[in-house]
Design a binder for this molecule. Structure first.
Ligand SMILES: NC(=O)c1ccc[n+]([C@@H]2O[C@H](COP(=O)([O-])OP(=O)(O)OC[C@H]3O[C@@H](n4cnc5c(N)ncnc54)[C@H](OP(=O)(O)O)[C@@H]3O)[C@@H](O)[C@H]2O)c1
Length: 325
């Protein structure tokens, strides 16, 4: 598949590493705001072409684009390519809010063009292992999905410089950048919750630094905690009447352990070697070859459910972006 890469920060390095492992992608052109960064990225990864205008990508006969820009820019850039019938693999979170997500889904349908939100754990072998073994722990009553990840950009914030990661005008902050992972896993496993109850700690920049989202179902609760301003040692787990499933990390999902009541714990899945984005890229490529507009039947609905929850969590905690108005 001929693909162009838009946004050249470290996540795009990870995408290239994974794409190379799949042998399914030809990296044709790199694009980012600053031409020198596009050139440096292209050089680093042996990509022949580079540009600082995403419109130029139409000149390269691309099948797809990978979008790794700040969240607030996802929608307009994705719409541009969907309208030109170029498939879009867009980094999480798909957009700033549910209205934008619905607009993107509508365009994907209208132009009959693949649109996928890249969320590593949703496509991971780890989540497949969780699904496979879920019956062993009986009726699920609770899940605690914590993802507290001190941002490399928070040092600068504390020193008085607000970088992209903490800017409301780019639709960033903890709910969007971090909370999206545990929320996605919860909804991918258990469906959309009946009720959502959120709290957050708002930074002076206007985004949330950390927060909690309680996802309430008739028979269980999922407690999502997320943070860009603190770390964690706690592991995510699902607690059922007959046992517990523990994951090493809610986004990476490299390891899954099942502990049935009165039995020894068993590692049912472990893979620390495969680059994390391989599975989602393979899902994207397969959907493209099948001429589908979503990565698998239900993938668009999953993104809609996730973003309804995230938008509601931000509404309750008064985290408002310019994109919401
Ligand atoms: N899947 C994952 O594991 C993962 C991990 C991290 C991030 N992400 C997602 O990837 C996306 C990018 O995150 P990031 O942290 O890399 O973002 P970022 O550092 O803020 O920006 C990424 C790219 O966007 C360009 N850019 C930055 N600000 C811009 C602006 N105001 N206007 C136009 N272009 C701008 C940058 O170009 P220049 O530097 O050339 O100016 C850079 O190439 C986000 O949606 C994030 O949630 C996913």
């Amino acid at each position: 598949m001929r693909i162009g890469i838009i946004g050249t920060n470290f996540v795009s390095d990870a995408m290239v590493e994974a794409a190379n492992v799949t042998h399914k992608f030809e990296l044709v052109v790199a694009c980012t705001r600053r031409l020198e960064n596009a050139e440096a990225f292209a050089l680093k990864h042996n990509i022949e072409n580079f540009t600082n205008k995403h419109e130029d990508l139409l000149n390269y006969d691309l099948d797809a684009v990978y979008i790794a820009l700040p969240n607030a820019l996802h929608k307009d850039v994705a719409l541009f390519f969907l309208e030109h019938k170029i498939a879009v693999f867009c980094e999480k979170p798909l957009a700033s809010n549910i209205s934008e997500v619905l607009e993107m889904m509508k365009a994907s349908k209208k132009y009959n063009t693949l649109l996928m939100e890249g969320i590593i754990p949703v496509y991971s072998n780890g989540i497949q292992a969780v699904r496979k073994h879920l019956d062993r722990i009986g009726t699920v009553r609770n899940a605690t999905f914590a993802m507290n990840q001190y941002s490399s950009r928070y040092d600068a914030y504390r020193a008085g410089e607000v970088l992209n990661a903490f800017k409301p005008e780019l639709s960033n902050g903890s709910t969007m950048d971090i909370g999206v992972y545990p929320t996605s896993v919860a909804i991918a496993l258990f469906g959309k919750p009946d009720h959502v109850l959120a709290s957050a700690y708002k930074l002076e920049s206007g985004v949330d630094g950390k927060g909690t989202i309680l996802l309430q179902y008739a028979d269980k609760d999922v407690i999502v905690t997320h943070s860009k301003i603190s770390n964690q040692m706690l592991k995510p787990e699902i607690s059922g009447e007959d046992g517990v499933i523990q994951m090493n990390h809610i986004s990476l999902m490299n390891e899954v352990i099942v502990k049935e009541n009165k039995k020894d714990a068993e590692v049912v899945y472990a893979d620390y070697d495969t680059p994390q984005m391989v599975n989602e890229l393979l899902a994207f490529e397969k959907a493209y070859q099948n001429q589908a507009i979503e990565a698998y039947p239900g993938a668009h609905q999953l993104s809609i459910d996730i973003h309804e929850v995230l938008t509601e969590a931000r509404r309750q905690t008064n985290i408002v972006f310019p994109a919401d108005q």
